[in-house]
Design a protein. Sequence first.
Length: 183
Amino acid sequence: MARRLYPAFLDFVGRRVLVVGAGPVAAAKISRLVEAGADVVVVAPDVAPEIEHLRLEVVRRPFRPSDLEGCWFVVSAAPPDVNAAVIREANRRGIFVNAVDDPRNASAYAGSGFRRGPVTVAISTGGDAPALARVMREALERLVGTDVEDWTALAARLRDDWRREGTPIASRRDALLAALSHL
C-alpha cells in the first residue's frame, strides 16, 4: 500500500542531525546533510574514510538512545535491528527518522533530487522503489535546463510586484506563464 506522504523541504542550517552508521551508503547522505548546513553528528563503531574529512562530529561506538538528545532529524544507515531501535527511541521523542533502504523502520523518506540554483526538484517512492526514483530524477534533470535560475529571479520579482499590487493568487499562474514565455 502506498504511503500517504506530505512533501516537504527541510532547512537544516544550524540544526543537529544524527546519522547512525558511517558506511559508504551513509557517506552520501552525510555529505548532502553537511552541504545543507546541518550540524551532523555521526555515531558508528566504524567510519568510512570518505566521511573523515567532512566537518562533523564522529562518535565511534554503537547507537545509544541518549544520542537523540537535541536532534531535529535522524538518518539511520545501520542494520535493520539498529534501525528498529533508532525509530523506537526517536518516536518517543517526536523525531523523524530516514532509515536508509529500510522503509519499515522509517518515518521520513528521502527523495532522489537535484538542484538548479535556488530550485530543488525531488521524487519519492516512499522508500519502496529508490531505483525508480533515481531514474525519474535523471529524466527530469535532462528536462530542466539551467535557465531555471532566470525563471526563479523573474518569478521572485513578479511575486513582490503582485503582493504590492494586491494581485489575486488565482491570476498569478497565468501571468507567470506569460512572462516566462518571453524569456
